[in-house]
Design a protein around this ligand. Structure first.
Ligand code: GSH
Length: 330
């Protein structure tokens, strides 16, 4: 694990010492937007028009942030419009690689061995972490964005005129509510598991884990009488929560010490998780082998032996029992 500094790779673990043992996530470095007509988006520069076969997506199947983008790639029918590479689950001294392995899809763009080469191809003097997901533009030969929250908003609608399938997970009348719940879920849950797992003091860990379970408790109540986070249709807010929940019992409980309760112990959250998992196409985006291998082998400071646990046995295909909720309100 490491980062690029002025275009040179440095092998460094996260700096938590300067912040009382707390993990702080760095902002993504590339923030342009693909738009329908190439006009500038909410940030960055314009010139990235939606076109079939112009863009390439780099993901890890282990990563919850990248999983947001693979979900949209699948649900919006972008497989034939946006090509995709998959990194090896082991992230070692030089970060993500395209080493051979089950499920790895090599880089067809610059034939990179390491993901950092892709960042350098876009910006030779890049400084920052080398993260997935990455959306690459094959026409301008640069990175459009490495921020999953924004890539999924592009995928939601920008490609609708060039072959994406119908489906809107960000209805305009719900954006304010979606943004509000996203902020809560991001801070306490999506990033909360990392804050607990990467904490290097007892106080920082306790602060994060208590906030995490308080947030899960709140959502358990919220999901008692509504099927999804925003009423009774699936929105972006659900997919953003899903990618953390689906990894929770297999890796965050053990590896990140988020073990006050498991998701399977929360009746509503568990049913909700199974409900989303059973949406057509979603289970294909969940690769438990990559998920477990990545976390348990890549963080030597947390699990020095790199031994991957055998369990737990989880059946996300169980009847979710939540269909009746969607006929209740609206
Ligand atoms: N803000 C980014 C965060 C992505 C991220 O942190 N990805 C992790 C994998 S789960 C990564 O690539 N980490 C490498 C590193 O931090 O060096 C996003 O949501 O797209």
């Amino acid at each position: 694990m490491g980062l690029l500094v002025d275009g040179y790779w440095q092998d460094k673990w996260y700096d938590t010492a300067s912040n009382g043992g707390r993990f702080e996530r760095e902002d993504a470095g590339f923030r342009n937007w693909v738009t329908l007509d190439g006009s500038v988006g909410p940030s960055g520069q314009g010139g990235f028009q939606a076109e079939a076969n112009r863009y390439h997506l780099y993901v890890s199947l282990a990563c919850p942030w990248a999983n947001r983008t693979t979900i949209y790639h699948r649900l919006k029918g972008l497989e034939d419009i946006i090509s995709m590479s998959v990194v090896h689950p082991f992230m070692g001294d030089k970060g993500w690689t395209f080493a051979e392995g089950v499920g790895v899809i090599a880089d067809p763009i610059i034939n990179a061995s390491y993901l950092y080469e892709v960042y350098l191809a876009a910006k030779p003097n890049y400084t920052g972490r080398v993260t997935v997901p990455v959306l690459w533009d094959k026409k301008i030969n640069t990175i459009v964005s490495n921020e999953s929250a924004e890539i999924i908003r592009m995928f939601n609608s920008a490609f609708d005129g060039v072959g994406a399938v119908a489906g809107d997970f960000l209805p305009s009348d719900a954006i304010i509510d979606i943004d509000e719940i996203n902020t809560f879920v991001y801070d306490a849950i999506n990033n909360g598991v990392y804050k607990a797992g990467f904490a290097s003091t007892q106080a920082a860990y306790t602060e994060a884990v208590v906030a995490l379970f308080a947030a899960l408790d709140t959502l358990e109540v919220r999901l008692a009488d509504q099927r999804y986070l925003i009423g009774n249709t699936i929105t972006e807010a659900d997919w953003r929560l899903f990618t953390t929940l689906v990894r929770f019992d297999a890796v965050y409980v053990g590896h990140f010490k988020c073990n006050i309760r498991r998701i399977v112990d929360y009746p509503n959250l568990w049913g909700y998780l199974c409900d989303l998992y059973q949406v057509s196409g979603i289970k294909d985006t969940v690769n438990m082998e990559h998920i477990k291998a990545h976390y348990y082998t890549s963080h030597a400071t947390i699990n020095p032996t790199g031994v991957i646990p055998a369990g737990p046995v989880i059946d996300f295909d169980k009847p979710h029992g939540r269909a009746h909720l969607s006929s209740a309100i609206l």
